[in-house]
Write a protein that binds this ligand. Structure first.
Ligand SMILES: Cc1ncc(COP(=O)(O)O)c(C=O)c1O
Length: 389
């Protein structure tokens, strides 16, 4: 059976070029980049190249990139790192941190943890497309707000936030602006200076790099307190021996993304639009998320009368890999917090399915998937007590 991967928002295939670039750093150039001998210098050189590649992709400077073990760690470092430096604000009236209700758990759970430490957090609601209201943001700011953290694009419904405007508002009020751009990097152009971003989280495995490595962009001049203490690596902000092969892979993935983006973005958008057009032919099927302001690779649907999990399993039987939400929450039975936040009721939320494309998907695959989805939907509806046609 042909297997089709349409779950690229959960992770992506490591690009063969990325893998080939990484391999010598396991067996040949395995030095510790902190060592001053030749082995160490080779490793250091490779890490520096990766840093440049990442910085270039988001229009940052090399010395503004800190390596981490992934998007979740970058989120934690950004949010805790800023909050710990503003500890005294805990005794003042907040909100100290402003975020949104549809953030990834890497942000949401970090904010909830900080609430237990005395920080006050405002969770901004979103509209039915998943976009925050800028007036609402302005009104929520207090003189004690020190951090705004709003994701660039949502991992479930693909909605893109007005990042540049949020950045501008943050800076008008001298507030640090962090964005979780894990899903956005390589899917749209990012310019941290133009978009007024102070901190940006990214993760390698979402852009055809290896898992377990990521980076945090920290604008020069912005101070972040470390959350991992040790040997003082990464300017003392993130101790631990650098994961050289992983970092080399992330760097190569960013280099490839930068070179390919002008081709890959319109390519994925065409496939996405075809998938959406075909799928919405199904009776009582709906698109979740903003119709236009959405990631080029994201198609998120709901179907009346059926359960997303059953649809996912039905498609899996046909060799098609999809998701009902974020990979992190898909083993929980609760309805997605994102879908509830855009106003769906729990039954509608449970009837949702995410298909996320990658640059390796083809038009033939989209056409095949578009043929199979209606068959599985029909089969499930025939058995569904919620579908009484
Ligand atoms: C928006 C967003 N933020 C953070 C993460 C976490 O990244 P990582 O898996 O590298 O920890 C993900 C992963 O799904 C994500 O989609």
């Amino acid at each position: 059976m042909k297997r089709i991967f349409m779950d690229n928002a959960s992770t992506t295939k490591v690009d063969p070029e990325v893998l080939n670039t990484m391999l010598p750093y396991f067996t040949e150039y395995y030095g510790n980049p902190s060592s001053i001998h030749a082995f160490g210098r080779e490793a250091r050189k490779a890490v520096d190249t990766a840093r440049t590649n990442i910085a270039d992709l988001i229009s940052a400077k090399d010395d503004e990139i800190i390596f981490t073990a992934g998007g979740t760690e970058s989120d934690n470092l950004a949010i805790k790192g800023i909050s710990y430096l503003n500890k005294e604000k805990r005794t003042t009236k907040g909100p100290h941190i402003i975020t949104s209700t549809i953030e990834h758990p890497g942000v949401l759970e970090t904010c909830r943890h900080l609430e237990t430490q005395g920080y006050q957090v405002k969770y901004l609601p979103v509209d039915t497309d998943g976009i925050i209201d800028l007036m609402d943001l302005r009104k929520s700011i207090s003189k004690n707000t020190f951090l705004i953290t709003i994701m660039f694009a949502n991992n479930e419904i693909g909605t893109i936030q007005p990042i540049e405007e949020i950045g501008k508002i943050s800076h008008e009020h001298d507030i640090i602006f962090h964005t979780d751009a894990v899903q956005a990097v390589a899917k749209l152009p990012i310019d941290v200076k133009k978009q007024h971003i102070d901190l940006l989280s990214l993760s390698s495995h979402k852009l055809h790099g290896p898992k377990g490595v990521g980076a945090l962009y920290i604008r020069n001049g912005v101070k972040v307190q470390p959350i991992i203490h040790g040997g003082g690596h990464e300017k003392g902000i993130r101790s631990s021996t650098l994961n050289v092969p992983g970092i080399v892979g992330l760097g190569k993935a960013c280099d490839l993304a930068e070179k390919r983006m002008t081709k890959d973005i319109p390519y994925m958008k065409t496939l996405r639009d075809l998938l959406i057009k075909n799928t919405l032919q199904i009776e009582e099927s709906y698109l979740n998320g903003h119709p236009k302001k959405r990631l080029v690779n994201n198609a998120h649907f709901r179907f009346t009368g059926i359960e997303g999990e059953s649809l996912l399993l039905g498609l899996d039987e046909q060799g098609i890999a999809t998701s009902t939400g974020s990979a992190c929450s898909s083993q929980k039975l609760q309805a997605s917090h994102v879908l509830l936040a855009i106003g769906l009721d729990p039954v509608q939320a449970h009837g949702s399915l995410r298909l996320s494309l990658g640059r390796g998907n083809t038009k033939e695959e989209v056409n095949y998937v578009s043929k199979i989805i209606p068959q599985v939907v029909e089969k499930l509806r025939m058995m569904s007590p919620l579908w009484n046609r």
